[in-house]
Design a protein around this ligand. Structure first.
Ligand SMILES: Cc1ncc(COP(=O)(O)O)c(C=O)c1O
Length: 338
């Protein structure tokens, strides 16, 4: 059975072209700084984001964790939006490894205002309070359903952070989706944050890896932490080459994923289901449904996979391996099942 896998954009398989690039990748020992494919990916990423340096890391979780470890001290506080991936899904890494406390701040569809952030910054000089060191923004925002931050919204938080001497990290696992949807170059977003983590293995379609970009000194600290955590790899140009290929060939096509997500949302809405097509900003569709488990199980029997986002909400994610025909089949199948 041909499976239509809409659980996540992480499920993509390398394309034939990408496999060719992997096959031919030049490699070396990256811990000696001698892997040409990794060096090229890091240089390309730094340039793309207008930052001094970049570090190839194993995953989005590792990139976010290194960003926190290299910009905080144990006992500091880190402001995150209350539905942030860092808060929900990273195994408490920031706390367990970095010894920092996460301070969740409710946002609107994943976005915090400058005032939201400022209200939670701890006053200095009072022995009761931990010291706030870092603010993390998620763009696009996963649990909020692929919503993006506008550049002005990022600037607003950056202004508050500057006023209070805080650093800003962007969890840009899907920043290219945000960039394509808003028309804002990633370099522009990166101007208003200190570090950005972006994933190569989500919408971009590479099999493994993320990149952390930022100032040289911060990336040097992150490199140290990556080694300490066992994340420094040797001939990893094999996978980095796929990441570079993805950056060079798979960004503009994210637009197609966004169109298909919109099409799916409209199709489900036309069936009378509880979906708001206007809320579909990038490649995710959120369907509120009374008995999610049953619908997910029925869909699975028909070869269609989706996931539970939060209780009562099914999430469908479009990506490189999803065609318009797959979306038509999904809508038709759901029509038959409900
Ligand atoms: C917003 C966001 N940040 C970080 C991550 C973590 O990425 P990884 O699964 O590569 O650790 C994810 C994964 O889904 C994500 O959605």
């Amino acid at each position: 059975m041909n499976v239509i896998d809409l659980r996540s954009d992480t499920v993509t398989k390398p394309t034939a072209k990408m496999r060719e690039v992997i096959f031919n990748a030049e490699v070396g020992d990256d811990i000696y700084g001698e892997d040409p494919s990794i060096n090229e990916l890091e240089a390309y990423s730094a340039e793309l984001f207008g930052k001094e340096a970049a570090l190839f890391v194993t995953s989005g979780t590792q990139g976010n964790t290194l960003a926190i470890l290299s910009q905080t001290q144990p006992g500091n506080e880190v402001i995150v939006e209350s539905n942030a991936h860092i808060f929900w899904y990273e195994g408490g890494a920031a706390c367990a490894i970095g010894g920092v406390q996460l301070h969740p701040v409710p946002g609107t569809r994943g976005v915090m205002t400058g005032a939201d952030v400022e209200a939670r910054i701890r006053p200095k000089g009072n022995v009761h309070f931990p010291q706030t060191a870092l603010v993390c923004l998620e763009n696009t925002h996963n649990r909020a359903g692929g919503t993006y931050w506008s550049l002005d919204q990022v600037k607003e938080v950056k202004d508050v952070a500057d006023k209070h001497g805080l650093k800003v990290h962007m969890d840009g696992a899907r920043i290219f989706n945000a960039s394509v949807a808003t028309g804002t170059p990633v370099k522009e977003y990166a101007k208003y944050v200190d570090t950005v983590q972006f994933c190569l293995s989500k919408g971009l379609g590479a099999p493994v890896g993320s990149v952390l970009v930022g100032p040289k000194e911060t990336i040097q600290k992150a490199r140290f932490w990556r080694k300490r955590l066992g994340g420094a790899m040797r001939q990893a140009g094999i996978i980095a080459s796929a990441g570079l290929y993805a950056l060079q060939h798979h960004i503009d096509r994210l637009e197609d994923d966004h169109k298909l997500a919109k099409k799916l949302a409209l199709g489900l809405k036309n069936l009378g289901l509880d979906v708001d097509p206007d809320s579909v900003k990038t490649n995710m569709v959120m369907l509120r449904f009374a008995d999610c488990d049953r619908l997910l199980a029925k869909l699975k029997e028909k070869g269609i996979l989706a996931g539970l986002s939060v209780p009562g909400v099914i999430r469908f994610v479009t990506h490189l391996d999803i065609t318009e025909e797959d979306i038509d089949t999904t809508i038709k199948t759901i029509a038959e099942l409900i």
